[in-house]
Ligand binder design. Sequence first.
Ligand code: GLA
Length: 559
Amino acid sequence: MRSLAFALATTMFAACGGSSDPPGEVDDDFPLPLATGLSPTPPMGWNSWNKFACNINATFVKSIADAMVASGMKDAGYQYINIDDCWSVEGAARAADGSLQADAVRFPQGIAAVADYVHGLGLKLGIYGDRGAETCGHRAGSEGFEAQDAMTFASWGVDYVKWDNCASKPELIQQQYQLMRDELEASGRPMVFSVCAWSFYEWAIRAGHLQRTTTDIRDTWIAAAGSTDSGSIMTSLKTNRGFAAYGGPNHWNDPDMLEVGNSDNGIGPVTATEYQSHFSLWAITAAPLIAGNDLRSMTDTTKAILTNAEIIAINQDALGLQGVQLRDAEQSVWTKPLNENGARAVVLFNEGAVVADITVTFTDIGLAGGSAKVRDLQAHADLGTFRNSYTASVPSHATATLKVIGSEPPRPRGTAFLSELTPIYAANGLGPVERDLSNGGADPGDGVPIKIGGTTYAKGLGMSAPSAAIYRLGGKCTRFTASVGLDATSSGGAGTVRFQAFADGDMLFDSATMTGNASMSVDVSLVGKRRLKLLVTNAEDGSALDRASWGDAKVECEP
Ligand code: GLA
């Protein structure tokens, strides 16, 4: 997947780089306030499944909670202690009154007692359930018992519910996740809802606070050759990246829980370098940080990776954007804007087998170009000030995790086509967001002239859903206009999409579902707004032909 890179490097604006706004004009785009809601930043915690599977009991869970505090994990921001499958009675049995019951041997005082203990440490408790007839570990599922089970969890003091997808009816998937969301809400106790449906669904961003986009992760860098199980750290990373445009506060894309530290205990052959990359890449992609290792016996290396405050800060950044990979390559640059003027998180990732130089060019990460300060978040060291780009030598499977602070691109002036501006963020379903062309394939500049309905546009943006682009306005623009629709040439009359425009979080425009050769005009006020976000979704169907164009997209601003 390519996103910003090529298109940005070739623009007039980037070419005159180094410039910020004229002296005297306040660069006031950031910081933004933290979103409201139960999960304004990606949830952080621990879950029993990845290392312990069904080998859990109350004493063990409490000892992990103790270790969360003693190890410094709590101070680093981890708060949820999540009990996964196998806490309840084996078989599908429920109590005489129909309620779920904890396994009396392993949880003799029940779940509420564990919740009390965990709360006493200043932590929160999570539990696991399933929308179908049985959990994956063959315990009672919640089909038909949603309201009762939500009330049970609330009465136990549960703070987080992971909802699995085993033994279930495919046709009820959306309905049952939405029902459980509603029943949790109706219980009156705030509970984070984790949708675990093993692949991305567009409705899930409105059902859960986080939605699993992948099959189960495994404690292996890549899937073993010949294995029927494709799960691995790299599989989860790569599957999750295509949904970047959908991630955000209270609806995080979840590439599954962390495996960091599990090989320290002899489970798998993943190296410390690879675990650092796993953590840095989960952090920059705004993934939930749910540790899955034994917190009671972490090596110093594992602890240092999991508690790195500077890397956690890029994950927890209040803008809540999911970092993107600029170009799908063995040596790649991942980036996301941070909630601070001119600040970008950057991960230089070498997936190759030998050490390699990797360069981040400042215009490629949505900066104005010119000078920027670079800090190494793994080494906790300022590296200096660099002009136009920074290059690191990155060992095999390693990352350089950086914070780059330069200048935001200049705000638009007069009548400005978006295709001539530098977006501060761009995520696109296929290749980069195209300028003055439709979205063709994965390469930059491989589209054709934009055509919507019967009209061809010389200017505009070509996207492929799911796609998002954010432009700074500096509070100096008055109006955004465009003509939108499926690209008549690139989509060939097929596809379904939905165009939306937001400014500072407010929705300004919503096309509803568009198909065929329909076109719509956008004409909205931007008065006082600081950022414009354009979003194109798949309108629920994920079609590969969702090539969506914004013809003549332009803003009118103060000179
Ligand atoms: C599924 C989920 C896992 C875990 C197990 C428990 O496989 O995807 O994360 O919860 O079930 O059985």
